[in-house]
Design a protein around this ligand. Structure first.
Ligand SMILES: [Zn+2]
Length: 348
């Protein structure tokens, strides 16, 4: 194809990506016709969204329930102090920035919570889902949806200086539940809000996620990294293990049970009317180690404790967490705010 023909179909702004032999003109045309949905828009999300929009995907839908805070700015590269002062929803702030970056991309920022009742409406009709979520419940929900609908998705997570990522190609590679049989118990794993995180690991993991995204979107599945990659930038470790084939015994991709999608597993939310509070219930059988949670929250909040519950005052909200994982968040009627606080400080 002559240079002139190329420039008719592919704008010259993508010339360096077209020159790259792995993508070329055909790959770029496919990327430009693609629809990508991103679940969450925190650290990993802002980096991924920026790279995907610059790469020229056709549509990027960004779904996030949170607001920009000053403490996000150290790593959430799409946001600035003005967004934090205005308490803008992340999805709104991200859309605004990304439209300035590339007006050819249809960027949709949706201020919504991805849950069992909203997921189909939010993710239906997309070619690829990228993970930028802040908790395991929503990832298992996305996994249920992706496997059931046959949509590829790319898992990524980081905390501290450590990160982990792998792509999930339904029917070809292990799904999230093949790899992690069930969600780690609430409160058991560190989160960025309790253990901190450094910006570089975010860029590394998000960069790897988008590399796989570009391979999938440009139909270069032969190039996909079928490995689980873990990287620790502080401990200088980089490990890979081959991603297994789908496990026949996996409840999700093997037995085709989708309990997160039908709502029988995962977090459950209720508002306590008239009390400016939201109650979050956990699935049956959840136990939280309140001593461990107290140790993690101690440096960042004032705590009250008895043998039944732990109460923490954080960011002007009062979180009361019970040993069965139930929590009451006082100071809001907003389910999204409550779920976000729970995911950040209690964990999943
Ligand atoms: Zn599976």
């Amino acid at each position: 194809m002559s240079e002139e023909d190329q420039s008719e179909s592919v704008p010259s702004r993508y010339s360096r990506q077209v020159l790259f032999s792995g993508i070329g003109n055909e790959g770029q045309s496919r990327i430009m016709a693609s629809r990508v949905a991103m679940v969450g828009c925190g650290a990993l999300g802002t980096v991924q969204a920026s790279l995907l929009v610059r790469a020229g995907v056709g549509t990027l839908r960004i779904i996030d329930r949170d607001f920009v805070e000053e403490s996000n700015l150290q790593r959430q590269i799409l946001f600035d102090e003005e967004d934090a002062r205005a308490v803008l929803p992340k999805a709104v702030a991200a859309e605004k920035k990304l439209r300035l970056v590339n007006s050819l991309v249809n960027v949709e920022g949706l201020v919504e919570d991805v849950n069992a009742s909203s997921i189909e409406r939010l993710l239906q009709g997309f070619d690829l889902i990228v993970d930028a979520a802040d908790n395991f419940d929503v990832r298992f929900l996305v996994n249920d949806y992706a496997v059931k609908s046959g949509i590829p998705w790319i898992y990524g997570a980081c905390v501290g200086s450590y990160g982990l990522t792998f792509p999930i190609l339904p029917g070809e590679t292990a799904c999230l539940r093949c790899v992690f049989e069930s969600a780690p118990p609430a409160g058991a794993s560190p989160s960025c809000d309790t253990a901190g995180v450094i910006g570089p690991i975010v860029s590394v993991i998000a960069g790897m996620q988008v590399a796989e995204a570009l391979k999938i979107l440009s139909s270069r599945r032969d190039q996909i990294n079928r490995q689980i990659t873990t990287i620790d930038l502080w401990a200088n470790r980089h490990e890979v293990v081959d991603l297994p084939r789908p496990l026949p015994s996996c409840p999700c991709c093997g037995r085709l049970e989708f309990p997160y999608l039908d709502g029988s597993l995962g977090a459950d939310v209720t508002t306590l009317c008239g009390r400016n509070s939201v109650q979050l219930r956990r699935r049956e059988g959840t136990r939280i180690d309140l001593d461990d949670l107290a140790r993690r929250l101690e440096p960042i909040s004032r705590l009250e404790r008895n043998r039944f519950l732990l109460r923490a005052l954080i960011d002007g909200y009062q979180l009361t967490v019970f040993a069965d994982g139930r929590a009451i968040i006082q100071g809001t009627y907003d389910l999204a705010v409550a779920k976000s606080l729970y995911a950040r400080y209690v964990g999943n």
